[in-house]
Design a protein around this ligand. Structure first.
Ligand SMILES: C[S@@+](CC[C@H](N)C(=O)[O-])C[C@H]1O[C@@H](n2cnc3c(N)ncnc32)[C@H](O)[C@@H]1O
Length: 238
């Protein structure tokens, strides 16, 4: 064990932390951005090769959004394989009210609307202003788009108060949240679901499993490799 004298002083510790911060800023972030540029270049080339228009796919809006806003937390919209797994987890015979956390460009939103009954209701909550304005252009009386963070769920939903929700679908990066916020959000989520309601979250890592098991009666885990990056799909049953 080190003697008291050998421990780094506060000053030394601050130097180390400054050094780590510099390293993250100058090396890690720069390389991640370079990686995004490479992917963008590759995707553009591929689409041109396939004869598609440059501004057609939502991939570009994703990469642009990610560059400006790290909360976007994805290089591309969920693939049809993840979307299919999420849709399969909803009990469509009994589902009329859905809340979606982090709709982004709406790849899942549109499929939820396609299956929702005519008297159904879908509330999409998204922090990124560009995605919110794109989603708001989607004309559907069953869709309500809210600009804000799901951490303020109660305040955002207060005017209409959809309680007893059948399903909550989430693509937000839970790993970016503080542990207490994660806990609170799962508590609020469970509270808003009707008995038997489902919380479906697609995530890059498994860190949410213990918390899901704490808040839900039963939890089901699936893995989908055909996504960028591969995703786990968790379903919590109330
Ligand atoms: C990984 S993307 C999921 C996108 C989309 N649903 C899909 O399947 O392609 C996560 C989205 O959640 C949004 N987001 C992140 N934190 C959020 C929060 N606290 N509240 C609402 N939206 C959030 C991001 O802006 C981003 O659009």
């Amino acid at each position: 064990m080190k003697s008291f004298k050998e421990h780094p002083s506060v000053r030394e510790r601050k130097d180390v932390l400054d050094h780590i911060e510099d390293f993250i800023e100058n090396q890690v972030e720069r390389n991640v951005r370079r990686g995004i540029d490479e992917i963008e270049r590759f995707v553009k080339q591929e689409l041109l090769r396939q004869g598609k228009k440059k501004d057609e796919p939502s991939l570009f809006s994703y990469l642009d959004a990610l560059r400006e806003d790290w909360q976007v937390a994805a290089l591309a919209p969920s693939t049809k394989f993840v979307v299919a797994r999420v849709l399969k987890k909803i009990d469509w015979k009994t589902t009329r009210t859905i809340i979606e956390y982090g709709s982004a460009s709406g790849v899942i939103t549109k499929q939820l609307l396609a299956r929702l009954p005519a008297d159904g209701c879908l509330v999409a909550i998204e922090t990124n202003a560009k995605f919110v304005s794109a989603l708001s252009r989607h004309q559907d009386p069953r869709l309500r788009v809210i600009h804000g963070s799901v951490l303020e769920l109660d305040r955002l939903l207060a005017p209409s108060q959809p309680r007893s929700v059948d399903a909550i679908v989430s693509g937000i990066p839970f790993s970016y949240l503080k542990p207490m916020d994660r806990h609170q959000l799962l508590h609020k989520t469970e509270e808003r679901l009707r008995p038997g309601g489902r919380f479906i979250a697609y995530q890059v890592t498994t860190h949410l499993i213990p918390l899901m098991k704490y808040h839900f009666r039963d939890v089901d885990v699936q893995f989908e490799i055909r996504n960028l990056p591969p995703h786990f799909i968790f379903t919590g049953y109330k």
